[in-house]
Ligand binder design. Sequence first.
Ligand SMILES: Nc1ncnc2c1ncn2[C@@H]1O[C@H](COP(=O)(O)OP(=O)(O)OP(=O)(O)O)[C@@H](O)[C@H]1O
Ligand SMILES: [Mg+2]
Length: 235
Amino acid sequence: MNALLELRDVRAAHDGITVLHGVDLSVAAGQVVALLGPNGAGKTTTLRLAAGIHPAQSGQLLLGGRDVTGVDARDLARAGVCLIPEGRGVFPNLSVRDNLQMMTFTGRTRAEIEEIAYTRFPVLASRASQTAGTLSGGEQQMLALARGLATDPAVLLLDELSMGLAPLIVTKLYEQVAEIARQGVAVLIVEQFAAAVLGIADHAAVLVRGRVELQGSPDGGLRDELSALYLGSSA
Ligand SMILES: Nc1ncnc2c1ncn2[C@@H]1O[C@H](COP(=O)(O)OP(=O)(O)OP(=O)(O)O)[C@@H](O)[C@H]1O
Ligand SMILES: [Mg+2]
């Protein structure tokens, strides 16, 4: 399968301390890849690197086979890379409608963006004038996803979508994410805990202290190995 997004032997540091020690990952169009691992493993750093927000010390970032290492975040965003950051990418003091309205910089009209959002997440339509910060956690994640979709992403990078949400809500959000992937988007999802995301992932990689310790199909023995790895580590 041709990778749309690929990291090759990527190293990255914070304040001179290397936190990614040669990470290889690839995500094809239409594929959902789960990147799992304990606190501090380097998952967020990996996503930020893929979005061009965090620099690589060495290694390569490729988009559609093209080397985009060092290309800045704005250009990667224009090329279709969309990061939904940890802790929800919405403006809490603005209404749902205004959060969506801000995405008109993408060239889409407000009406188009609202239609995309409300078709996928009908509950947002009934909350259009509500302040985003007063939405439930799940609704805020829907809004964050809807804002991301307004950019017509080719690559969607999701950081802990499930944080603080009830399992049923997480399952529903992931169904939407799977549907987005089916339309041809390459999706890379970061989660600390595996259960929910493995249900929709085509492939999973487990990052531990900046290294991919384990990867494979969720249908294989990965679930068992994963629990052994988690129980075996002090994290
Ligand atoms: N801005 C920063 N400045 C300094 N160190 C950082 C910074 N961001 C992350 N780190 C360090 O880099 C390492 C990897 O952090 P990262 O946020 O990528 O982990 P993570 O896997 O996303 O963890 P979590 O599951 O807790 O979100 C950690 O040791 C962290 O302390
Ligand atoms: Mg993180």
